[in-house]
Design a protein around this ligand. Structure first.
Ligand SMILES: NC(=O)c1ccc[n+]([C@@H]2O[C@H](COP(=O)([O-])OP(=O)(O)OC[C@H]3O[C@@H](n4cnc5c(N)ncnc54)[C@H](O)[C@@H]3O)[C@@H](O)[C@H]2O)c1
Length: 317
């Protein structure tokens, strides 16, 4: 997949990546640096890791601070052509315990970044949205499906998108709103109760432990490899006519049950525990719009992506 007509390095000299020390953000930093683009990372290191950026000797400026702090946001976007806004708390379960924190970081932090980007004359902000905003809408979901967040995390991500659309509607800034489905790949943390299922299962399989499945395991997800998400984000940085804040699904278009996933990973027979509240049963992207407006195609088949030995995540067996 290429970035279509104009390559991102032809249109951006410097970009800001919030959450750039995290799982997806650090892969984006790698992709931008490999194209010669200078990067400013704004990250509070709450879940991000300095090791994720350690391969970059030059060209990456780390600003350690929160997207809820306007001075930090202003420092991070200074001189940038593009802003990729990925900083967020990312756990549905934790958001049930701390809804105000999630609203303040995901929704409030997004507004602070939009304000800073507008003030600095940034050309375009790309916001990392989430498929969780669809709730239990029947799959496959396209972007016209009604939104129905079932957790404070999803509600805050939807509110963040509404801020994005307000800024683009009022022509204060071009804003692109991709919605990621379930992203997996190297550097995804497995060492937290809030980690992604693939990182956790891969780590347990590596230790020869049986995975724990919440509920029947028949719930399905649309898993997409992080390299495909990075391809989609780079396209979002350059594509024409997408800066109106309308959502764009980034998924693989394939549904996989949690039981199938455990089998593909070669896990021991799973143990089952009660289902978790706020958890969506089925999730699958209709990616027609992404194909049409971005030229996006996911390229990494799940079976291939799951063979990566680094999937077990940092700090794991
Ligand atoms: N991983 C997925 O499957 C998935 C799916 C849908 C959407 N997303 C979105 O993608 C983005 C990146 O997620 P990820 O999976 O890489 O998670 P991650 O936890 O690895 O990355 C999030 C980063 O944001 C930083 N951060 C958190 N709060 C911050 C704050 N207040 N100020 C500055 N930095 C802060 C963290 O330290 C971390 O580096 C998030 O916006 C998330 O909502 C991820």
């Amino acid at each position: 997949m290429t970035e279509g007509g104009s390559a991102i390095e032809a249109t951006a000299r410097r970009a800001c990546v919030t959450g750039g020390a995290g799982f997806i953000g650090s892969h984006l930093v790698d992709a931008l640096r490999s194209r010669g683009i200078e990067v400013a990372v704004l990250d509070d290191l709450s879940s991000g890791r300095l090791e994720n950026l350690s391969r970059h000797q030059a060209g990456v400026e780390l600003i350690e601070g929160s997207v809820t702090d306007p001075a930090m946001c202003a420092a991070a976007v200074h001189g940038c052509d593009l802003v990729f806004h990925l900083a967020s708390r990312v756990s549905v379960v934790e958001s049930m315990e701390k809804p105000a924190l999630y609203r303040s970081i995901c929704a409030g932090g997004t507004r602070r970044m939009l304000e800073a980007a507008e003030a600095a004359g940034v050309r375009r902000l790309i916001h990392a949205g989430s498929c969780s905003v669809y709730g239990d809408a029947p799959p496959p979901v396209d972007e016209n499906a009604s939104t129905s967040p079932t957790s404070p995390y999803a509600a805050a991500k939807l509110e963040a998108e509404e801020h994005c659309r307000e800024f683009s509607r009022e022509r204060r800034l071009e804003v692109v709103c991709p919605r990621f489905f379930n992203v997996y790949g190297p550097r995804q943390r497995a060492d937290s109760p809030y980690a992604g299922v693939i990182a956790i299962f891969a780590a347990m399989a590596a230790r020869g432990e049986a995975p724990i499945i919440f509920g029947t395991g028949e719930q399905t997800r649309d898993f997409i490899h992080v390299s495909d998400i990075i391809g989609g984000l780079l396209l979002a940085g350059v594509a024409c006519d997408v800066g109106d804040g309308q959502p764009i699904n980034l998924g693989s278009g394939r549904a996989t049950s949690i039981l199938e996933l455990a089998e593909i990973l070669g896990c021991d027979p799973p143990r089952h525990e009660a289902g978790r509240s706020g958890e969506i049963v089925h999730s699958l992207a209709d990616t027609t719009r992404a194909r049409r407006v971005l030229g996006f195609e996911s390229a990494v088949e799940l079976e291939r992506g799951l063979q990566d030995p680094e999937l077990a995540g940092p700090g794991q067996a």
